[in-house]
Design a protein around this ligand. Structure first.
Ligand code: ADP
Ligand code: 5GP
Length: 198
């Protein structure tokens, strides 16, 4: 479907993807729309079904996958996650920039599609700082935290592969990372804003 280029935000769990994308959605109302993924993990306190994720059972998710509803899907830290065709189409139908928050497997699978997004990886300043942020977020069991850190170490290495990401943003100071993100997306933001004005 024609329209603004989608944006993939990837990077280790705890790097700050949700924090950054929620700010974009709030500051640029009507410009960005979030691709609401499906997941089999349990909601965290404050997460809203249909807004943060579509929280589903493994059976429901598998039925959707078998029925061809998903552009991509992956298992991360023992849970299933996936982007439905409908999640992306719903945003594109509004002529908004669709933001996908997906893991490294998702990035590799999206590369095989014709979605043609801008690929951005959000990195923590270091693995110990990532671990502290994840602990302080207080959302993960000891086991889940360990799995996320393992995935983080390998994903940080993989993301340096030339050509995999258009931009790697280190989220050390939040304001600086957010400014950088806006700068990277400025051309797309302006295009959507001017198309809405006309
Ligand atoms: P992700 O969506 O990548 O898993 P979050 O956005 O949930 O990560 O961020 C992980 C935690 O780190 C959250 O508690 C968030 O408030 C915090 N955080 C995000 N960015 C920063 C930053 N620049 N400095 C300090 N803490 C941060
Ligand atoms: P969390 O459980 O912290 O919300 O997400 C865990 C990981 O799953 C993160 O790296 C996040 O980017 C990724 N993720 C969320 N939704 C999807 C999705 O639809 N597809 C894929 N491949 N990964 C996803």
């Amino acid at each position: 479907m024609a329209g603004p280029r989608p944006v993939v935000l990837s990077g280790p769990s705890g790097a700050g993807k949700s924090t950054l994308l929620k700010r974009l959605l709030k500051d640029f109302e009507g410009v960005f729309g979030f691709s609401v993924s499906h997941t089999t993990r349990s909601p965290r306190p404050g997460e809203v079904n249909g807004k943060d994720y579509h929280f589903v059972t493994r059976e429901e998710m598998q039925r959707g996958i078998d029925g061809g509803d998903f552009i991509e899907h992956a298992v991360f830290s023992g849970n299933m996650y996936g982007t439905s065709k409908w999640a992306v189409q719903a945003v594109q139908a509004q002529n908004q920039i669709c933001i996908l928050d997906i893991d490294m497997q998702g990035v590799k699978n999206i590369k095989k599609t014709d979605l043609n997004p801008i690929y951005i990886s959000i990195h923590p300043p270091s693995v110990p700082i990532l671990e502290k942020r994840l602990r302080d977020r207080n959302t993960e069991s000891v086991e889940s935290l360990q799995k996320r850190l393992q995935a983080a170490i390998s994903d940080i290495e993989i993301s340096k592969e030339p050509g995999l990401f258009d931009e790697i943003i280190v989220n050390d100071d939040l304001e600086e990372a957010y400014s950088k993100l806006q700068e990277v997306l400025q051309q797309e933001i302006s295009a959507v804003q001017s198309s809405k004005d006309s």
